[in-house]
Design a protein around this ligand. Structure first.
Ligand SMILES: Cc1ncc(COP(=O)(O)O)c(C=O)c1O
Length: 371
């Protein structure tokens, strides 16, 4: 039995009767730009994140780019982030005129190490961008007190973490709730995926929300009047309609991912060569990815491939060692935990619609390799 890394068709079958009529309505109306579906989705995602404002945009990348643009970075201004993430986290810093400053990760969770972030703060630091990697929130309660004395805005790259939460001082706090701005991606493979690109920013600050709304519409609140230079980064109305129909299922889908993760973790518990994901006690993980650390990673990947089991390495090359960032001068070995993670990680299928037989097949293939 082959098991794909992700099977979007399996999900489509379960929701098509809800989504297709809603799409048809938009098509019949021919109102493709903005409209009530955008505002409705913004309200729902803000509610889910316990944030006051939601601002739709064209992608998760733009959900990071627009708040960074609002900071009006000057050449030499620095934004501290992790190098163990998708390229957009640092690409957006570069594209808004900033210099990414990469710090190492906590080897247990793969998230930014708050102590390393604190040590990297310098006179040119303008912001900190934690990434809630694989769907588990970074240690926001440690990062915020580091940022606050310097009035550094914290931009949460929550692209993989919609609906994730973390207990802070006995209270659940949600991805996107505590930072200055949180950015979500609706890329189709995400826990809440559109049928194309899409993104959303959330914030508790009304003035920031207004600014981000302007920036996504060429920097003008009123048509043909531009207070500043923005861009076209609207969330597509058809995508908003898909997302509105999918949103009521999100909690169940993420719970199913957690159940699959628990099943895998129990099944791999006795394998010395495999380290299963660490979920911090304070965290409710949404398992956008289920990522192991393993011995002989590349050999395992070849074995999985030969057996028809979908898998992926997120991420094989850390951002500080990417060719395009060579000018930043990070030598090999400069972020040892990040580099070790790049050599050891492998992600297995974790999508909600996986059947027990498929889970058992993945487990069997991994166990056979290490036996
Ligand atoms: C951590 C992270 N940041 C940013 C992005 C960018 O999102 P998008 O692909 O929607 O532009 C993604 C998703 O691909 C991501 O996983």
């Amino acid at each position: 039995m082959n098991v794909p890394l992700l099977d979007l068709v399996a999900q489509y079958r379960t929701i098509k009767d809800e989504v297709l009529p809603a799409l048809q309505e938009v098509i019949e109306s021919q109102q493709f730009i903005m409209g009530p579906a955008i505002a409705a989705l913004e309200t729902e995602v803000a509610r889910l994140s316990h944030a006051a404002h939601g601002i739709g945009c064209a992608s998760g990348t733009d959900a990071l780019l627009l708040p960074l643009k609002a900071l009006a970075l000057e050449p030499g201004d620095e934004v501290i982030t992790t190098a163990f993430t998708f390229f957009a986290s640092a690409g957006t810093i570069h594209n808004t005129g900033g210099r990414p400053v990469f710090v190492d990760i906590d080897p247990a969770t793969f998230n930014i190490d708050p102590a390393a972030a604190a040590a990297a703060i310098g006179p040119r630091t303008r912001a900190i961008m934690p990434v809630h990697l694989y769907g588990q929130m970074a240690a926001m309660e440690r990062l915020l007190p580091i940022a606050a004395p310097r009035h550094l805005p914290v931009i949460e790259d929550a692209c993989q973490a919609i609906g994730a939460r973390r207990r802070v001082d006995g209270r659940w706090r949600h991805a996107g709730e505590l930072g200055w701005v949180g950015g979500f991606s609706f890329f189709p493979s995400k826990n809440l995926g559109a049928w194309g690109d899409g993104g959303m920013m959330v914030t508790n600050d009304a003035a920031t929300a207004e600014r981000l709304r302007r920036l996504r519409l060429h920097g003008g609140a009123k048509q043909y009047h531009h207070e500043e230079v923005g861009t076209n980064s609207r969330l597509d109305t058809l995508q908003a309609v898909v997302l509105l129909r999918k949103l009521p299922h999100l909690a169940d889908w993420s719970a199913r991912r957690r159940a699959h993760a628990a099943y895998y973790t129990a099944a791999f518990a006795d394998l010395a060569a495999v380290r299963t994901p660490v979920v911090e006690d304070a965290n409710e993980h949404i398992f956008h990815q289920y990522t192991l650390r393993v011995e002989r990673r590349d050999e395992l990947a070849a074995h999985l491939k030969a057996q028809g089991i979908g898998h992926a390495v997120y991420y094989p090359v850390p951002l500080h060692r990417q060719e395009c960032f060579a000018h930043l001068g990070y030598a090999p070995g400069s972020l040892p935990e990040t580099e070790r993670a790049c050599r050891e990680v492998i992600s297995l299928p974790i999508y909600p619609e996986l059947t027990p037989a498929q889970l058992d097949r993945v487990i069997d293939v991994v166990r056979t390799f290490y036996r």
